[in-house]
Design a protein around this ligand. Structure first.
Ligand code: SAM
Length: 261
């Protein structure tokens, strides 16, 4: 847009397809008394449509050179914060806002996708849902089902917080400039599985260990664990120690983790 020079280091590929922008916003049911955090508004392509909902809006943009596009969006319900989201004190920034549900919307630079989700979880930001544009392959991994090649540690980790759907694939031509990869939009809606996990650290370590060597089976990857106990749990799910982690559903991982003493 105009004479702006896109910064590759910030992943600045701006969305220019109006239908995609509207489909992203429409994929969650935002109400006036909700709060939306937009990460990386860029020149405001999504921000413009988000404003139509009249919701509370807090946008984090790392690049101050975009002020000239974004400042005009600021008003009593919209705040633009020029800061790296990964370093922001989000809970403090939103502490004065009264809202019902909290959503995150972002067309993310690909290299920060996972750190951003991890920050949202570890900072205890109580999101009800997130709609994220991510690299297509990452979207496949996030939304994979057990028994498929894309199902991995990140899938199980995210499944333990969110129900995840891949909504649609976005053509690289829909961005300015076009990135070298295809993208897809995923929707993550908070589920209640987190409460089923007795010890988060134990659970996270179990998934990391289970997928540590992708081609090895559970017996090999978890050889330092109580395999007898794990075998009994796997049996209930029609699985055995010779299965690979990619066949094990979240519920079985939770049961195994909850039985590690
Ligand atoms: N939302 C806009 C759109 O859809 O056209 C821009 C998307 S562009 C892919 C990513 C945006 O995120 C850029 O404006 C970039 O400057 C910003 N960004 C990159 N890293 C960031 C970070 N760590 N915190 C906040 N914004 C960031």
């Amino acid at each position: 847009m105009g004479d702006y020079r896109h910064k590759k280091k910030y992943g600045q590929n701006f969305l220019k397809n109006k239908k995609v922008l509207i489909d992203i916003i429409d994929s969650i049911d935002v109400k006036e008394d909700d709060l939306v955090i937009e990460i990386g508004p860029g020149q405001g392509a999504l921000t413009k449509y988000l404003k139509l909902y009249g919701c509370n809006l807090v946008c984090y943009e790392i690049d101050k050179d975009l002020k000239r596009y974004l400042d005009s969006f600021a008003d009593n319900k919209t705040r633009i914060i020029y800061e790296d989201f990964l370093k922001a004190n989000v809970l403090k920034d939103i502490s004065n806002i009264k809202y019902n549900n909290l959503y995150v919307i972002a067309n993310l630079p690909y290299y920060v996708t996972t750190p951003i989700i991890e920050k949202i979880i570890s900072d205890g930001i109580s999101v009800k849902g997130m709609v994220l544009m991510v690299q297509k392959e990452v979207a496949y991994r996030f939304s994979a089902r057990p028994g498929t090649k894309d199902y991995g540690a990140i899938t199980v980790y995210l499944d333990s917080y969110f129900d995840i759907d891949l909504l649609f694939v976005v053509n690289r031509k829909d961005f300015d400039p076009s990135p070298n990869v295809d993208s897809a939009v995923v929707r993550l809606i908070r589920n209640n599985k987190e409460g089923l996990i007795k010890n988060r650290e134990v659970f996270n370590k179990l998934i990391k260990d289970s997928f540590s060597m992708k081609r090895k089976n559970i017996k090999n990857n978890l050889r330092n664990y109580d395999l007898k106990n794990i075998e009994q749990i796997l049996f209930k799910y029609d699985l055995s120690l010779s299965d690979r982690a990619e066949n094990i559903p979240l519920e079985a991982f939770i049961e195994i983790a909850n039985n590690i003493h």
